[in-house]
Design a protein around this ligand. Structure first.
Ligand SMILES: Cc1cc2nc3c(=O)[nH]c(=O)nc-3n(C[C@H](O)[C@H](O)[C@H](O)COP(=O)(O)OP(=O)(O)OC[C@H]3O[C@@H](n4cnc5c(N)ncnc54)[C@H](O)[C@@H]3O)c2cc1C
Length: 461
């Protein structure tokens, strides 16, 4: 696809569509929109625009479409696969000034939001209502970015991912037309589900300019537990048994020994340095949750768990999970001389233990440092492999291992990406994972964006 570079005339015309101080070509602004939180190389856009309304987004898109200018949406740039990096330059639409919570309808369990709302801010606003928006990627992500990446997090196993919470969407298409999708009904079987088509499309089919999201009730009571295992395989088996036993955890995370060691040092914990499950349960009463914890302990002990540390109540749950939530930022902070390749594969739960064995086989005998983090209840593995910056030999090895592990996961019936999206890093696996349906995805892309201006270079190999 051939695109045009932005000229002075383009810039003047675009400035006339938004207030002049809401378009910038400043060096530092372009730098800030050149990279996300991944190791993918940065690439600057030519201009950044901060729209304040769907009408402004529509006008910019219409102009960009007829002038061959790429447009990439930007939430808070917290992606981990290069999803918002504007690799074909052009315009970045930064939604930080379209961040109003328009309405909260407590009785309907719904909120209307602009795309730049940060999900933690929505939850803060909801704190007195007994409701919350459950998907929780951890970083300060926006609703627009979460919808575009179909983000999830530690509690997806119980609450589902972003796609399960979008009832209505307003989307500005490449030619500037704004379409409304969905209804406020909590269920529907009417027509094609275009909302699900846009959720997870990484801003390649349209730009989200508004959404109605579903909210959930905050649970009355919480509990959590830490379970220590002699091996990753034993912990993996316990994951399967917890799921099969119908214990219905709200989070089920498996961390490797190196993570535990780091958490002990950084957070002053005194956990045994061994594979460890972090489990969370939500329920109506502490009595009910105490029973579930007992059952969970039985299941874990049957799989060789050497130490089970239960905690009842919200304070205990928060204490147990605090270090887990801080882990994502602890790792890069402790290895400033290294880059990190994050695997994001997900496999069916029955093959989760097989994937663990495969990972061990790949890493044994190498001198690579790695941290095993996993949303285990969803069979979703975030293996963080560390490579010294500038050590090409080490990075070649990491890429080979990562490729083999992704291929193995697809072979096991899984996916190249459980939650981070395709972005730049996972494009090469699209054909293997989607086979004949990849052609249909390409047709869908050309139907909605015939000139290919929306986030070009993403998703397709
Ligand atoms: C420490 C850390 C932990 C993380 N943990 C998780 C996790 O557990 N689970 C998880 O799912 N993710 C996780 N992430 C990844 C990231 O936070 C999510 O993918 C998040 O959804 C990105 O939101 P954002 O607002 O930063 O979007 P961006 O990164 O700015 O953009 C994401 C994508 O959305 C597009 N986009 C942005 N706004 C719009 C719009 N209005 N319309 C259309 N397209 C748009 C962009 O072009 C891009 O393709 C983590 C990231 C970090 C740094």
């Amino acid at each position: 696809m051939k695109f045009n570079s932005l000229t002075q005339t383009h810039l003047e015309n675009l400035k006339a569509m938004v207030a002049p101080d809401r378009l910038s070509t400043g060096e530092s602004v372009l730098d800030l929109h050149a990279r996300d939180e991944s190791r993918h190389p940065p690439c600057r856009p030519e201009a950044v625009i901060w729209p304040q309304s769907p009408t402004e987004v529509s006008a910019v898109l219409k102009y960009a479409n007829s002038n061959g200018l790429p447009v990439t949406g930007w939430g808070s740039g917290s992606s981990l696969e290069g999803n918002p990096i504007p690799i074909r330059k052009g315009i970045v639409l930064d939604f930080s000034q379209m961040n109003r919570i328009l309405e909260i309808r407590e009785e309907d369990f719904q909120a209307d939001v602009e795309p730049g709302v940060v999900y933690q801010d929505l939850n803060q606003k909801l704190r007195h209502t007994g409701l919350f928006f459950p998907p929780d990627p951890g970083a300060r992500a926006t609703l627009g970015g979460m919808i575009a990446n179909n983000a999830s997090g530690t509690r997806t196993i119980y609450y589902g991912s972003t796609k399960d919470y979008v009832l209505k969407l307003s989307v500005a298409l490449a030619d500037g037309e704004v379409i409304e999708l969905g209804t406020r009904a909590s269920k529907t079987s009417s027509g094609y589900d275009l909302i699900r088509l846009f959720v997870g499309s990484e801003g390649t089919l349209g730009i989200v300019v508004g959404a109605t999201v579903r909210l959930a009730s905050l649970p009355a009571e919480f509990s959590a537990a830490i379970a220590t295992f002699p091996s990753m395989e034993a912990a993996g088996k316990a994951v399967f048994e917890i799921m099969r036993g119908g214990l219905n955890p709200a989070a089920l995370e498996l961390l490797g020994p190196r993570c535990i060691d780091l958490m002990n040092r950084e957070e002053g914990l005194e956990l045994t340095v061994s594979p460890t499950l972090f489990v969370e349960f939500h329920g109506a009463t502490t009595g009910q949750l105490a029973e579930v914890l007992e059952l969970c302990e039985e299941v874990c002990k049957a799989e060789g768990c050497s130490h089970f540390q239960p905690g009842l109540g919200r304070a205990e749950r928060d204490r147990i999970f605090k270090a887990r939530h801080a882990l994502g930022e602890m790792i890069p902070r402790n290895h400033p001389d290294c880059g990190i390749m994050i695997l994001d594969v997900a496999v069916p739960i029955t093959t989760y233990a097989a994937l663990i064995t495969e990972i061990r086989k790949e890493l044994d005998g190498t001198n690579l440092n790695s941290y095993y983090i996993s949303h285990a209840g969803n069979g979703n593995v975030h293996l963080n492999i560390l490579g010294k910056k500038g050590d090409q030999k080490q990075w070649d090895l990491i890429k080979e291992i990562s490729q083999r592990l992704v291929s193995k996961s697809i072979e096991l019936g899984g996916t190249a990406t459980g939650e981070h999206g395709i972005g730049l890093g996972k494009r090469k696996y699209m054909a293997a994972e989607h086979r004949t349906s990849l052609q249909w995805m390409k047709r869908v892309k050309s139907l909605f964006d015939p000139n290919g201006i929306l986030n070009p270079g993403k998703i397709f190999p």
